[in-house]
Design a binder for this molecule. Structure first.
Ligand code: ARG
Length: 461
C-alpha cells in the first residue's frame, strides 16, 4: 500500500503494534458504504467509466457477501486496517481496476467518514437502550401511584415523597441522557469524504452527493479540520460517561435499598447471585457491576481526551486510539443499560416497608414549621421553634409528634387543635402540588407527560 518508498518491511513486532484491523474491522460495513459512494462520485466526475464503477460496485457487494459467509477472510487478513483490507481485496478481484478506487482519497478522510457513520448508529442504539430503561422506570412508577417513602438528603430522613416521584427523578436524568445521545448523532452527522489526506480532493467530485448517499446531513467545512477532528467521538464518550454515572447512582440506591437496614425492595433472583459459602445470601451483583463498570467508561473519555490534547494540526496516527475507546465504552454502556432495565423491571418494591419508613415523624418537622408560618410566624423563627421541640423530644426519648399539645404550646402559642390534621403524611405530600412536586396528582401528571416525551423522542430518533 505504501511500501515502494521503503527498502525493508516493518519489523514483525512493530507491524503487530500498529495494525488496527483486529478492532477496526468492525467498521467494514461503513467502509464499504464509503467505498461505494466514492466509486459513484469518481464515475460522476469522469474519472472512472460507468462500466469501471459498476465493476467496482459489484466487487464490493461480493466482498460484503463473502465476508458475511466466511468471516475468517476478514479476521485472518494481514491487512493493516479495514481500509487497506478492502483495497487489497479489490486488487485481488479486479487487478489494476481495483487500484483506481483510491484516486483522490486517503485513509485519513475514509477513517473519519467510517467512524462518524459508526458513531451515528451507535449513539442511536445507546439512546434506544436508554429509552427502554425509561419505559421500565415509568412502568414501576405507574405500578406504585401512592406508595410513600422517606426522602433523604445526606442519607438522613428529610421529607416524605412518593416512590413514583423518586423513580421519575431517575427518569429525568436518563431522559436528558437520551436527548444528549441524540445530539451526539447530530454532531457526528457531517461527511468528511473528499477531504483527502488533509488538503482536499484535487478531482471535481461532488461532496454533497457523497454525503447524501451516505445519509449525512451535511459535509464538513474544512479538509484539514475534517481529518483531525474527533470532537464527535469525545462528545459520544461524554454522553456515555454521563449515562454511566447516572446508572451508577441508580445502582448505588438499589444496592442500599436492598440491604436489610433499608428493606425497601426485593432483588430479582434473575439479576442476583448467591454466595459459595453463605447459603442465605442474595447479592445485588447486577447493580454492583453496573456501578463498577461506570469507571471504565469515564476512563475511556479521559483516555481519548489525553490522546487528543496537544496533537499538531492534521492527521496523526495517535488518532487511531479513538476506536477502541469508543467501541468498548459503547458495548459496555449498552449492556449496562439493558441489565439495569431488566433488573429494575423485575424488582419488587416492598410497599409496607416503604410506608413504615415514611411514617417516621421526623419527616413531618417541616410541616410544623409551615403550620406556624401559615399563622404569621416568620419562617426562620418557626424553624427554630420546631428545632427546639425536636431537641426536647429527643431528650425525653419520644417522637416529637407525641408531645402533648400543651407542651407544644409552651414553644409557640400558635399551635392549636388543627395541628394533628396538618401533621399527616398525606397532607405533607398533597401540599407539594407545584409543578415538579411530589403531590400524588402532580406525580401522575408528570408520569403521563414523561410518557409523551418518551414517545416524541422515540419518533425523533
Ligand atoms: N488505521 C488508521 C486509523 O484508524 C487510519 C489509517 C491512516 N493512517 C495513516 N498512516 N495516515 O486512524
Amino acid at each position: 500500500m505504501w511500501g515502494s518508498r521503503f527498502a525493508a518491511p516493518p519489523a514483525e513486532a512493530f507491524d503487530a503494534f500498529q495494525r488496527s484491523l483486529p478492532f477496526d474491522r468492525r467498521l467494514l460495513p461503513y467502509e464499504l458504504a464509503a467505498d461505494r459512494a466514492w466509486a459513484r462520485a469518481l464515475a460522476a466526475a469522469g474519472i472512472l467509466t460507468a462500466e469501471e464503477a459498476s465493476r467496482i460496485l459489484t466487487a464490493l457487494d461480493e466482498l460484503a457477501q463473502q465476508v458475511q459467509a466466511q468471516p475468517e477472510l476478514l479476521h485472518r487478513s494481514a491487512a493493516e486496517d479495514v481500509h487497506s483490507f478492502v483495497e487489497q481485496q479489490l486488487l485481488t478481484r479486479l487487478g489494476p481496476l481495483g487500484a483506481k478506487l483510491h484516486t483522490g482519497r486517503s485513509r485519513n478522510d475514509l477513517v473519519a467518514t467510517a467512524f462518524r457513520l459508526f458513531v451515528k448508529d451507535a449513539a442511536r442504539e445507546a439512546a434506544r437502550a436508554v429509552m427502554a430503561l425509561l419505559a421500565a422506570l415509568f412502568d414501576q412508577a405507574g405500578a406504585h401511584p401512592d406508595v410513600p417513602m422517606p426522602g433523604s438528603t445526606h442519607l438522613q430522613h428529610a421529607q416524605p415523597i412518593l416512590l413514583a416521584h423518586y423513580l421519575l427523578a431517575h427518569a429525568e436524568a436518563f431522559f436528558r441522557d437520551a436527548q444528549r445521545l441524540r445530539r451526539v448523532r447530530e454532531s457526528a452527522d457531517a461527511c468528511p469524504l473528499g477531504s483527502g489526506a488533509l488538503a482536499g480532493c484535487a478531482f471535481p467530485i461532488d461532496r454533497e452527493a457523497i454525503a447524501h448517499e451516505l445519509g449525512f446531513a451535511r459535509i464538513t467545512a474544512n479538509s484539514l479540520d475534517a481529518v483531525s477532528d474527533r470532537d464527535f467521538a469525545l462528545e459520544y464518550l461524554f454522553a456515555l460517561a454521563l449515562t454511566a454515572t447516572h446508572l451508577s447512582r441508580l445502582a448505588e440506591d438499589m444496592i442500599l435499598f436492598a440491604s436489610p437496614e433499608f428493606g425497601f425492595l426485593i432483588l430479582p433472583d434473575a439479576f442476583s447471585t448467591g454466595s459459595s459459602l453463605m447459603p442465605q445470601k442474595k447479592n445485588p451483583d447486577a447493580w454492583e457491576l453496573i456501578r463498577g463498570k461506570a469507571g471504565r467508561i469515564v476512563g475511556a473519555l479521559i483516555g481519548l481526551f489525553l490522546t487528543l490534547k496537544a496533537l499538531p494540526t492534521g492527521y496523526q496516527r495517535d488518532l487511531q486510539e479513538d476506536k477502541e475507546a469508543v467501541f468498548a465504552a459503547h458495548d459496555q454502556l449498552v449492556a449496562m443499560v439493558r441489565i439495569a432495565a431488566g433488573a429494575l423491571a423485575a424488582t419488587t418494591f416492598v410497599a409496607d416497608r416503604l410506608r413504615q419508613a415514611a411514617a417516621d415523624p421526623a419527616l413531618l418537622a417541616t410541616e410544623a414549621a409551615d403550620f406556624l408560618v401559615a399563622r404569621g410566624v416568620p419562617f426562620r423563627e418557626a424553624h427554630e421553634i420546631v428545632g427546639r421541640i425536636c431537641r426536647e423530644a429527643e431528650q425525653r426519648g419520644v417522637p416529637w409528634t407525641e408531645l402533648p399539645l400543651e407542651t407544644l404550646r409552651t414553644f409557640s402559642p400558635r399551635f392549636d387543635e388543627s395541628l394533628p390534621a396538618a401533621l399527616t403524611l398525606e397532607a405533607a405530600l398533597a401540599r407539594r402540588s407545584v409543578p415538579g412536586g411530589t403531590a400524588p396528582e402532580t406525580v401522575q401528571r408528570a408520569l403521563a407527560e414523561g410518557r409523551v416525551r418518551l414517545r416524541e423522542l422515540e419518533a425523533a430518533l
